[in-house]
Structure formats: C-alpha cells, structure tokens
Design a protein around this ligand. Sequence first.
Ligand code: ACM
Length: 261
Amino acid sequence: MKLAVVQTNPTFGEKSKNIAEALQLMQSTQADLYVLPELFATGYNFATVEEVQHLAEPFRTGVTFKELEQFAHEQRSYVVYGFAEKSNGKLYNSAGIIGHDGTVGLYRKIHLFDREKLFFAPGDKPFQVFDTPHGKVGIMVCFDWYFPESARTLALKGAQLIAHPSNLVLPNCPNSMPTRCLENRVFAATANRIGTENRGVAPLTYIGQSQITSPRGEILHRAPADKPEIAVKDVDLTVTDNKNVTPRNHLLDDRRPEFYA
Ligand code: ACM
C-alpha cells in the first residue's frame, strides 16, 4: 500500500484554512492511507475551555469529517486525522478514520498530555483496530506513544500499522518509535505538525519530523523539523504477521503476563 504522512503548519483557530491547506498537500500526492496530525484543523495550544468548546465538533456531522469524507471518496483512499470532539457535553482529543468504502471509526486519546487535562476528558473507549483492504490499522494519538502498553495493546489486537496523529513538543518520540515498532513488529506512521503557538499561555514549538517506521525498527522516512510536507512510502503490511524473532521466540506468545502485574 501507499502510506502517507502529512506534516502541516496549522494556524490556531482557523479551521477552514487549516483543512484547505491539508487537503492541498493531500491532493498533490496519491496514497491509499493518509495520516494527518493531532488537532490538525483547530490548532493545539488552547488558552481556555471556551475556545475548545467553540472549535470542537461532533464526529460524523462536523465540518472536518465532511471535508475528509469527500476527499476519501474522491481519491478512493483512507484518512486518519486528529480533531477536537464534542460529544454528550464532553470534549475529547480524538482521532477518526474514514474510508472510501464506508469505514468510519473513532478513537479518543487515552493518555492526555499536560494542559490537555484542563480541557479534555480522557478517552473512554478501548484501543481499536480497523480492517481495511490494505491491512489492519490501529490508532493512537501523540503522547500515547510514551506508554508502551498503547502500541502493545494495538499489536495484541492485530494491528499491522499504527496510525499516530501527533503534536509532539518533547524531543524523544521520533527516536523511540523504532523501539515501539521493533518490540511489536508493526509499522507506524507518526504525523506531526510544525510551528510555534504563542497564545498568552506557555508557548509551544512542535518538532515536525513526521516519520514512517518499519517493523524492523528502520526509519523509512523522517520529515524535516520546520517545513510542511507530504511523504509517501510503499509498505507491505503482511510482513508484520511473522512475529518470530528466532524459531523459538514469538513476540506476543512469549509474553509472561503472570509476572507483569
Ligand atoms: C502530545 O501528546 N500532544 C504531546
């Protein structure tokens, strides 16, 4: 399959501009699955909960969903993207998957980072894996990578690829994803943003370096730290099905959960 990571530079609060710029990058390059950053349409560095309420949207009826759904249908592709979700009076830092075949799925970030805890409710749904004709796609969002249980859970549920919308501000994720991929033998597509958001609260600078990582821990592509771009790699997700490290060692079957509590 052709797997794309889309690195953008959103302007805080300018949803239609941010969506249009992401779509322009995506339209420039054909892929089977596009992964966009966390909160790519709204921006990330909220100052107040009122701002989140104003910019958040319901999943299936929101403008971000509608625009990406149309794109997925036109390009016969899949899209995974991060968005601010409003549901039953709660706000979540969520990610959606939309496919041209009618696939629709939702993940709500389980491990909230720093000030996100002021604005969002923690995810209340299990990690999920979605079936596509290209393979099984699991979703985690940004800081979830810091908890090895996230990628492990997705691998145990059969994920061959982890789609990883992100707004990374700490430096460690790009060099750590090879370990996450190696220990679970999965691909990962980490889509990050660039730029600085200085909004009267602690300013944040995002590190870019969106990355496609192989099940052997190879960095197949790393984007620059400071430029928007779209990068596409041809990957065969079926290679993740062989979990043997040696003929006698299986990454998942050799686990000893009775000793992990
Ligand atoms: C993060 O989880 N956005 C750092």
